[in-house]
Design a protein around this ligand. Sequence first.
Ligand SMILES: *[C@@H]1O[C@H](CO)[C@@H](O)[C@H](O)[C@H]1NC(C)=O
Ligand SMILES: *[C@@H]1O[C@H](CO)[C@@H](O)[C@H](O)[C@H]1NC(C)=O
Ligand SMILES: *[C@@H]1O[C@H](CO)[C@@H](O)[C@H](O)[C@H]1NC(C)=O
Ligand SMILES: *[C@@H]1O[C@H](CO)[C@@H](O)[C@H](O)[C@H]1NC(C)=O
Ligand SMILES: *[C@@H]1O[C@H](CO)[C@@H](O)[C@H](O)[C@H]1NC(C)=O
Ligand SMILES: *[C@@H]1O[C@H](CO)[C@@H](O)[C@H](O)[C@H]1NC(C)=O
Ligand SMILES: *[C@@H]1O[C@H](CO)[C@@H](O)[C@H](O)[C@H]1NC(C)=O
Ligand SMILES: *[C@@H]1O[C@H](CO)[C@@H](O)[C@H](O)[C@H]1NC(C)=O
Ligand SMILES: *[C@@H]1O[C@H](CO)[C@@H](O)[C@H](O)[C@H]1NC(C)=O
Ligand SMILES: *[C@@H]1O[C@H](CO)[C@@H](O)[C@H](O)[C@H]1NC(C)=O
Length: 423
Amino acid sequence: MQIKTGLATGALLSATALAANSTSSVPSSCSVKSGATVTAQADLDKYSGCQTLVGDLTISGDSLTGSASLANVKEIQGTLSVNNATELESFSADNLEKISGSLEMKLLTILESASFGSLSEVDSILFQTLPAISSISSNLKSVNSIEITDTSLESIDGFNKLERVNEFNVNNNRGLAHIDSELKSVAQSLQVSFNGNDADVKFDSLEWANNITLRNVSSASFAALEKVNASLGFIDNSFDSLNMSSLGSVGGTLSLVANEQLTDADFSNLTEIGGALLIANNTRLSNIDGFDNVKTVGSALNVVGNFSELKLSALKSVKGGCDVETKSSNYTCDSLKKLQKSGGIQGDAFVCKNGATSTSIKLSSTSGSSTASGSSSGSASATSSGSSGSSSASKSSNGAVAGQIVPASSFMGAVAAVAVALL
Ligand SMILES: *[C@@H]1O[C@H](CO)[C@@H](O)[C@H](O)[C@H]1NC(C)=O
Ligand SMILES: *[C@@H]1O[C@H](CO)[C@@H](O)[C@H](O)[C@H]1NC(C)=O
Ligand SMILES: *[C@@H]1O[C@H](CO)[C@@H](O)[C@H](O)[C@H]1NC(C)=O
Ligand SMILES: *[C@@H]1O[C@H](CO)[C@@H](O)[C@H](O)[C@H]1NC(C)=O
Ligand SMILES: *[C@@H]1O[C@H](CO)[C@@H](O)[C@H](O)[C@H]1NC(C)=O
Ligand SMILES: *[C@@H]1O[C@H](CO)[C@@H](O)[C@H](O)[C@H]1NC(C)=O
Ligand SMILES: *[C@@H]1O[C@H](CO)[C@@H](O)[C@H](O)[C@H]1NC(C)=O
Ligand SMILES: *[C@@H]1O[C@H](CO)[C@@H](O)[C@H](O)[C@H]1NC(C)=O
Ligand SMILES: *[C@@H]1O[C@H](CO)[C@@H](O)[C@H](O)[C@H]1NC(C)=O
Ligand SMILES: *[C@@H]1O[C@H](CO)[C@@H](O)[C@H](O)[C@H]1NC(C)=O
């Protein structure tokens, strides 16, 4: 039921002392032939006299039944992969302290437990398709990259103590209900998506991350987050409020899309957005007043929904175009029109529609046109902005929406296309 890893504090010290550099004296019996696959416990036992294994150790095949273990080995200078051992129920390597490459456990259909009781340092971790495992506990101190996907883990508490990683990607783990991480920085990407629809996610120590994408989480907390260097996206989440009040800048695109319960989004300290600001289909978000300190948007401003208020009183510069559409007739386009007239919106296209009126200006055409329709059922669909000349938009969503897993939903394509078209 468990994956256990943990570093006994004393163990590290004695290990360091013992680990007098033995690389040059690794016996040939402790070097793993490249391409070789271990298929039986007897093969693993051959390494039990080794403190250090050199090479990539792959354990695989359906002749490994029940439990398997790698005894005594403290260090692998290479990778450890346990994959496609479909009869394996448990695996342990409790003396292993360090893996210089990756630790992979993939496609282990009945594996219930795995234990790496001493493991403190590994370059990357990939756990993929482990449908029978339910929890991990570990005290890993150093990992560059973590991907946990398609497992039945209910907790990843074992990874909560890590402070710095390059990549943290936890997706499609249906039983996972919460993450409470002590991460301070994520140098590349932080992604949490499609875990149980009630996953509560806390990254309250996180100060900065290169980019962040959250999908289908039920609560999100980033109490200390000051900066996202590249993109930040919240898509399809079920939280009703989102407090990002410590966040001062987003280097790339900020997307807030299809969070259907969201009524309150607080980005009150945010002044700079390097890319686009995309707020769309947050059905209940009627007062968009949490972006009131935003001064600059480095690309398009794209806000689509049924909002009666969009407060952007500090906004001075939008480098891209503007597409603001709401079903509500309470919203007035006046301040955005004013900003556009004074040159604050620098992109080609300007569309502002509310339930009653619509203004479209395409600056690149010889004569800018401004239309007012009496329709009180003005559509807020992103695709309706064809009148702005953006219907020829490329379908590429690069840069417009945060996250590597972009759903094939045509809506997202449409919104992204509009955002791109307005760049
Ligand atoms: C151990 O050996 C490796 C390879 O020979 C070398 O790169 C490393 O610097 C050595 N470490 C120590 C602590 O001597
Ligand atoms: C898994 O192992 C089985 C045989 O045990 C083999 O037929 C199958 O192709 C392997 N699958 C993968 C993805 O390697
Ligand atoms: C994610 O959330 C959306 C909106 O609530 C829902 O329609 C979708 O099925 C969810 N996706 C997954 C994979 O849970
Ligand atoms: C992101 O921002 C942090 C904090 O300012 C900085 O330390 C880090 O080097 C930046 N990372 C990248 C990839 O630009
Ligand atoms: C967000 O959190 C900050 C700091 O805890 C707090 O001062 C602020 O009132 C919160 N915003 C909302 C809308 O709750
Ligand atoms: C807002 O940002 C400033 C620095 O720009 C910082 O001093 C302040 O604590 C931040 N406010 C919140 C609520 O985090
Ligand atoms: C728009 O929001 C108002 C309340 O703010 C609600 O009465 C109305 O039904 C919503 N319209 C649509 C089309 O969702
Ligand atoms: C829209 O404006 C009307 C009239 O001022 C007001 O009664 C109504 O509450 C407003 N609706 C919203 C959703 O703010
Ligand atoms: C977003 O809004 C558009 C236009 O109203 C609609 O066609 C689409 O289904 C919505 N998508 C989601 C995920 O709510
Ligand atoms: C997030 O950052 C990583 C690492 O720099 C990059 O590979 C990835 O494409 C980025 N994702 C987005 C959506 O910007």
